[in-house]
Design a protein around this ligand. Structure first.
Ligand SMILES: [Zn+2]
Length: 339
């Protein structure tokens, strides 16, 4: 039986420690039987405590809306995810198999940069560029270095944007992904620089550029420098576009702030994940500013598709094929143009 209690010495059994180095000899059978009786009476309640502990963990997980880890005697290390949209609790393994999409309601969970690249691109084709680009504390903002260090440790990333060359369905491209796990995917000087470098790399190599956006407000620790990235990245996309480059912008849930207000909205083709919140300010702020109730589904992918801001909504499971198709068409178009 495992009740979370460890014997104090190496002896087996609940009373193993009694026969330890301090005892004068083995436990008498009568004493042992008596102790076992007490043990059976008292320790079944440990199960209740264990169950209570599990319930508390589950409730904490539900409140925080994150994945929760529950230890179990039968299944030692099982991990669950609670869908914030429908409340369905799914084992992480099942969720992973479904590309981090809720099997019940189709809610698209956030993906990390490397995970998205792994899911989308041909195996082994990704070559990262610009991995050494990091933000500096240009304004001397208190605690910014420590926050970046913590974000680095928590996310395993050096910055909130990852880019490089890869292939999808055999079609080469430059792919860039914003990762919201690094300081909320905010756009500071390093993110702006990396987005610019990705557009320049695509221009230099004559490849299409595909960027996935997530969250992406200005990084307040960098003040005006952060706001300047909107102009910088927009100019980089314009230069790339002037050279005839194809830029596909993919907006995931949520894409907001300075990223929406700059490069993410400048795609030749704008793709959105189903149900993604896409906008500049949040709906509550807009309602408070204009003093009116917003229409149903405002700032969601479906609403934006209906109003012409988004070109297509593609579920995650179809995204790789759809991108492959678009990249293939573009390649053929270029070859046809040269002939
Ligand atoms: Zn769901």
């Amino acid at each position: 039986m495992t009740h979370g209690l460890q014997p104090l010495c190496g002896s087996a059994g609940p009373f193993g420690c009694i026969g330890g180095p301090l005892s004068r000899g083995p436990v008498q059978p009568a004493v042992k039987a008596y102790l076992m009786k007490i043990y059976r009476k008292v320790f079944p309640y440990m199960d209740i405590f264990e169950q209570r502990r599990k319930k508390i963990l589950i409730m904490k997980g539900l409140r925080r809306d994150t994945s929760i880890k529950v230890s179990s005697r039968d299944r030692a290390d099982q991990v669950f995810y609670t869908c914030p949209s429908c409340g369905e609790v799914s084992p992480m393994a099942a969720l992973e198999e479904n590309l981090q999409v809720c099997p019940r309601c189709g809610f698209h969970k956030k993906l990390g940069a490397y995970e998205r690249i792994r899911i989308l691109t041909d195996e082994g084709s990704f070559r990262e560029h610009g991995s050494r680009v990091k933000a500096g504390n240009v304004l001397g903002f208190p605690g910014y270095e420590a926050e970046m260090k913590n974000a680095e440790l928590a996310s395993g990333l050096k910055e909130a944007f990852v880019y490089g060359t890869a292939a999808i369905g055999g079609h080469p491209l430059v792919i860039g992904v914003l990762d919201s796990s690094f300081i909320m995917g905010s756009m500071g000087s390093a993110v702006g620089e990396k987005v610019t470098l990705s557009a320049e790399l695509a221009g230099k190599k004559g490849l299409p550029l595909v960027i996935f956006s997530a969250i992406g407000g200005a990084r307040m620790q960098e003040g005006t420098v952060s706001l300047m990235q909107m102009a910088k990245t927009s100019a980089a996309i314009k230069r790339f576009s002037d050279k005839g480059g194809l830029f596909i912008s993919c907006m995931t849930n949520p894409t907001t702030g300075g990223v929406t207000a700059s490069f993410a909205s400048l795609g030749d083709i704008i793709i959105a994940e189903p149900g993604a919140l896409i906008g500049f300010a949040g709906p509550r702020v807009i309602e408070q500013t204009i003093g009116k109730k917003l229409p149903e589904g405002f700032q969601r992918s479906e609403f934006l598709l209906e109003h012409g801001f988004v070109d297509m909504i593609v579920p995650r499971k179809d995204l790789r094929d759809r991108l492959g198709l678009l990249l293939g068409l573009h390649e053929r178009g270029k070859q046809h143009g040269r002939a």
